[in-house]
Ligand binder design. Structure first.
Ligand code: GDP
Ligand code: GDP
Length: 437
């Protein structure tokens, strides 16, 4: 189902990141932390009542060496491009400023649904301070206090109310969603063009939104695919694309909508830190991943080069050990046809369900081959039974006597046994242990 997006905008110091953190709350991923990935706090998931949505803090996106007004203008424009609803934040202690008016005018022109939050209204007596904000022309101001967590409910009610209009128009589509992510210049656009070739015909706007995201439909071996937001990638101004935080945000958003992520790296230049970060996002989002090494034409090769490069990838991206690797060239079109068979395998794995009886046979066999660990007091982990609770990615719950006894290394062992038995090429799998009373 479509997950709407809220963006937080406003001039510096009004409390955007404080409110952002309030809205997303304390969130712990079920997967263990991916080594080498610093968590980006510009983009996260939030929820309110029955709604789940993405939240963007535009305050963290900067273009270096641009004047102040350019910065807040860019942030407002990115919010307009990316979000369904905007939260405009102002400071109730300072009143309306020129910069508030400047941002408000940009938002007004866009006609994006906007909710005006007057922050730093920390106590009841201050509520009268909000009336002057009517002059921003963004409707009723909502008094809130980010640091005390006050007033957020009413403002979020107003924001999520706008979601009702979006959902009705969203159409169902059973195609496999695929995105290409990777740092700038690895060849994502070239790959898209090379894959689609002359067949590039059907382009459709996403129903019900005014975002300029454009998806392309693609058929391979009778399977329908949607390549996400690839034309949009080039349509947007290069200025914004080149700010690193924005390109990571774009990757985040594309990954979010994908079943399978094509993680593109540059065979000619090899692997750098930024690659790891993007790969980490794909892994943590629980999407299926295929690694595409592009520009293979530009690499001087002998019969060992490919194997060596594979080993380097396995070493650098240990958390992606399940992802198959394709070596291609967008320029010469060599080996391009190897990509989509791997996408198909990864997608099938991502949606695979295994039978409970077979699953439990594998668990029993695994335990008999490699006994469960004990703690210092001699208590031994006992796995009573396992069950698959969901797909996309496959997620298993193991009921045990004591979750504390389920060590990372034993979980990893079970994961490898499940992979050995069922495949799961191209997809992460999640294993959760629960204490059975
Ligand atoms: P941003 O630059 O818009 O992201 O603003 P921050 O979230 O970094 O907040 C700027 C400053 O305002 C920080 O010192 C916050 O502690 C403070 N602040 C944020 N929300 C509130 C609030 O509701 N009341 C008060 N009194 N201070 C706040
Ligand atoms: P993007 O920023 O990831 O979309 O990368 P582009 O598709 O714009 O490509 C960046 C540069 O790499 C361009 O100059 C391309 O011509 C070049 N390029 C793309 N694919 C290949 C390839 O397979 N081989 C070689 N040698 N160059 C490529």
């Amino acid at each position: 189902m479509y997950k709407p997006t809220i963006a937080v905008v406003g001039r510096p110091n009004v409390g955007k990141s404080t409110l952002f953190n309030r809205i997303i709350g304390e969130r712990k991923a079920i997967v263990e932390d991916t080594p080498g990935v610093t968590r980006d706090r510009l983009y996260a998931t939030g929820d309110w009542l029955n709604y789940e949505f993405n939240v963007i803090d535009t305050g963290g996106i900067e273009i270096k060496d641009e004047p102040f007004q350019e910065q807040i203008k860019m942030q407002a424009e990115i919010a307009i491009l990316e979000a369904d609803v905007i939260l405009m934040i102002v400071n109730g202690r300072e009143g309306v400023t020129e910069d508030d008016l400047f941002v408000a005018r940009i938002l007004q022109k866009s006609k994006k649904p906007t909710v005006l939050m007057v922050n730093k209204v920390d106590n009841f007596e201050m509520r009268n301070e909000i009336y002057e904000f009517y002059q921003l022309g963004l409707g009723d101001p909502f008094p809130v206090s980010g640091s005390h967590g006050l007033g957020l409910g009413d403002a979020l009610d107003a924001a999520t109310d706008y979601f009702k209009d979006i959902e009705i128009e969203e159409e169902e589509d059973s195609s496999i969603k695929v995105s290409l992510v990777g740092r700038p210049n690895v060849g994502k656009s070239s790959l898209i063009n090379a894959i689609l070739g002359e067949d590039r015909v059907i382009v459709s706007d996403i129903a019900g939104t005014t975002r300029d995201a454009i998806d392309t439909h693609y058929t391979f071996d009778d399977d329908e695919y949607t390549l996400i937001d690839t034309a949009g990638m080039r349509k947007r101004g290069k200025v914004y694309e080149n700010t690193e935080k924005y390109s990571v945000l774009r990757a985040n958003r594309a990954i979010e909508r994908s079943d399978v992520v094509l993680f593109v790296i540059n065979g000619e230049e090899g692997i750098i830190e930024q690659d790891k970060r993007i790969a980490g996002i794909a892994h943590e989002a629980g999407r299926a991943v295929v690694i595409v090494v592009n520009k293979w034409d530009a690499v001087e090769k002998d019969e060992k080069t490919m194997q060596k490069f594979k080993e380097k990838i396995r070493q650098q991206f240990q958390f992606l050990d399940y992802a198959p690797i394709a070596f291609v060239s967008a320029k010469t079109k060599s080996r391009l046809t190897t990509i989509f068979p791997l996408v198909k395998i990864a997608n099938d794995s991502h949606k695979k369900r295994v039978q409970s009886s077979t699953l439990n046979e594998v668990i029993v066999d695994s335990v008999s081959m490699n006994p469960t660990p004990t703690d210092k007091g001699g208590h031994r982990l006992n796995i009573f039974y396992g069950t698959q609770v969901s797909v996309g990615p496959p997620t298993f719950v193991l009921f045990v006597n004591d979750t504390e006894l389920m060590h990372f290394s034993y979980r990893r062992y079970i994961e490898n046994q499940l992979r050995g038995a069922f495949g799961f090429t191209g997809t992460p799998i999640h294993i959760i242990s629960r204490t059975r009373n």
